[in-house]
Design a binder for this molecule. Sequence first.
Ligand code: NCD
Length: 325
Amino acid sequence: MATAELHTYPHRHLLGIEGLSADEITVLLDRSEEYVDQNRRVDKKQSLLRGRTQINLFFESSTRTRTSFELAGKRLGADVINMSAEASSIRKGETLIDTAMTLNAMHPDVLVVRHPHSGAVNLLAQKVDCAVINAGDGSHEHPTQALLDALTIRRRRGRLDGLIVAICGDILHSRVARSNIQLLITMGARVRVVAPPTLVSPLFERMGVAVHHDMGSGLDGVDIVMMLRLQTERMQGSYVPSVREYFHFFGLDYQKLAAAKPDALIMHPGPMNRGVEIDTDVADDIDRSVIREQVEMGVAVRMACLDVLTGHLSNDPPRKAAAAE
Ligand code: NCD
């Protein structure tokens, strides 16, 4: 695509959406499009990253993100190693920095890192020589999730610019919300967050979003409804009176969805808690829900990120898009 050839991704790492320009985001999305097609072929494998080593370092549990980063690396021909905190020397008291330095000494080309503390991945990136991709740090950022959400929306709606997106649920603890807000606003969408007052801070208004405490007004006329899980692992104390009451006021069911545009898309980054933030029929509605498509786009986006970051680090000029495939 023309945009991918005109612009580049000039950064060494992908630590967050904050700081990326609309052009840089477009480079990543355009490159991802190529991989969507490749992933639908019988033979999905390439040798673009042959000889490269990718280490997935996960200090927090993950299904989608870890699996799709592993698949993404393998489909590009990299050697992929998975490390989880439970099975490593972190359990023996090694610090994050020592772990990073140890892995760095093995000359990986890419480190994909998830960590429960906001800022931990940025810190680690300062200590290693390779490209670092943030796979989610605390409640701070989850850039590849925002990119895969954007790709899903762009493929369905043809654009991001001018769309109205409601992000609903536990905004306060959500790295998905923060990365999505940054990306969507940068790309010209209008964003609302919808949550009980305990699960959102007025500071979000400074990010340029409208804060709603009621699903009726929050979903009124929106193009996209993005639901989020209650991040109970990041909560100390009680943020909602009960799950039942939470679902009653903030769980997405057909009644609340009726306020959105008739063709509004339903999204969720997973893992879903059915009957808590989303009604099970709504989640599985094949006409409205793009939740499975989000997972598919996740692999393509992660391939694009690995491609762009390793291309930038090599001595070779970054590949030209599309035609070279
Ligand atoms: C999200 C995460 O880990 O931040 N999940 C994901 O990456 N698909 C959201 C969540 O855990 O609720």
